[in-house]
Design a protein around this ligand. Structure first.
Ligand SMILES: [Zn+2]
Ligand SMILES: [Zn+2]
Length: 334
């Protein structure tokens, strides 16, 4: 979001008159009628948006106090929302702008919001077909729609089907700041300027972060399970891992000296307002090959033999076990 003061070439504390003058001057310069290029049109839109922000006392105060308009995005979670917005993890992490279609209610112009219209001439009551009474079984009661007269001069408004309001779809742009969590809500009130006849209510949008194919979120920590070939785990070197910003290489230490968990500070999910990025927590998952070819098997047997020969230093548990077996063998031989 660009600073509206900068866009209009103004400083904080200017009068409304000065804002209007600056806008008129820039609008003349950038209006698509005078300047039929795409860039001019885009710039004109930005100027117009900045102008509308500065004419709104609440939004203007936000900018003058140095707070970005994001600050109204921290409504408490767990409360009801008017709509749900699902985001990819990447979008939620970096922040994004989304276009939402809102159904806005406006007072019906045909009936002035009353829901009924007065007819020029009386017509037969449609409820009782002009009889004035409603029959139910053997008895009948006075028709409540026409009061028993059988005709009416008032009809339900066809434009709004008697509701007194109509709905129209409207596109609004929602800025989602970086680092929001599932369940948190964004308030649209300051971003959504009601049009004439629209009811100016706060609109709440609840965010849902869609499940990701690689990561899950634990607060600000990103969790990722990385399958690794068992042989790769046994020596040090580098390992390619995914992050929110693409693939990175990390050094790993041989297992089991180093465990299977790695914590990478600063590569997790961001906090709000640029505060405190979480960790990327990796869990290496040893993967055993399904089967070996003859050549591989020979290599493995050779490796196994070499390790066993040096078991007392390389694998003391195995050496101790072999000693116990040997004792049992000699005892049973006695
Ligand atoms: Zn109406
Ligand atoms: Zn009637």
């Amino acid at each position: 979001m660009e600073n509206p003061f900068t866009l209009l070439g103004l400083t904080h504390g200017v009068s409304t008159e000065e804002i209007k003058r600056a806008y008129r001057r820039l609008a003349m310069q950038w209006h698509p009628d005078r300047n039929p290029t795409r860039e001019a049109e885009e710039h004109f839109k930005r100027i117009k948006a900045a102008y509308e922000i500065l004419l709104d006392p609440v939004q203007r105060a936000d900018w003058e106090s140095g707070r970005a308009p994001d600050d109204d995005a921290d409504a408490p979670s767990g409360e009801s929302a008017d709509m749900v917005l699902s985001l990819d993890l990447e979008e939620a992490a970096s922040g994004c702008t989304k276009t939402l279609t809102l159904d806005t209610r406006r007072s019906c112009t045909e009936c002035d919001g009353k829901g009924s219209i007065e007819l020029r001439a009386s017509v037969a009551c449609s409820s009782c077909q002009g009889v004035g009474r409603i029959r139910s079984g053997r008895s009948s009661t006075t028709c409540t729609v026409c009061g028993g007269r059988g005709y009416v001069r008032i009809a339900s408004c066809p434009a709004c089907t008697g509701r007194g309001w109509t709905t129209s779809a409207r596109q609004v742009t929602l800025r989602v700041p970086a680092g929001m969590q599932t369940g948190e809500r964004l308030r649209l009130a300051r971003q959504h300027r009601p049009r004439d006849g629209e009811v100016a209510t706060d609109l709440f949008v609840a965010l849902v972060i869609r499940p990701h194919s690689l990561f899950s979120l634990d607060g600000k920590d990103l969790l990722c399970t990385v399958p690794v070939n068992i042989f790769r785990l046994l020596h040090d070197g580098t390992l390619e891992i995914p992050t929110l910003n693409g693939i990175q290489q990390i050094s790993i230490q041989p297992y089991p000296g180093h465990g299977l968990e790695y914590k990478l500070p600063g590569l997790g999910y961001p906090g709000r307002h640029g505060r405190g990025v979480g960790h990327l927590r990796l869990k290496l998952q040893p993967v055993f090959p399904d089967h070996f070819t003859d050549v591989e098997l020979k290599l493995l047997l050779r490796l196994e033999k070499l390790v066993l020969e040096k078991a007392s230093t390389q694998a003391p548990e195995l050496a101790a076990w072999e000693r116990k077996l040997a004792q049992t063998r000699s005892r049973s031989a006695e």
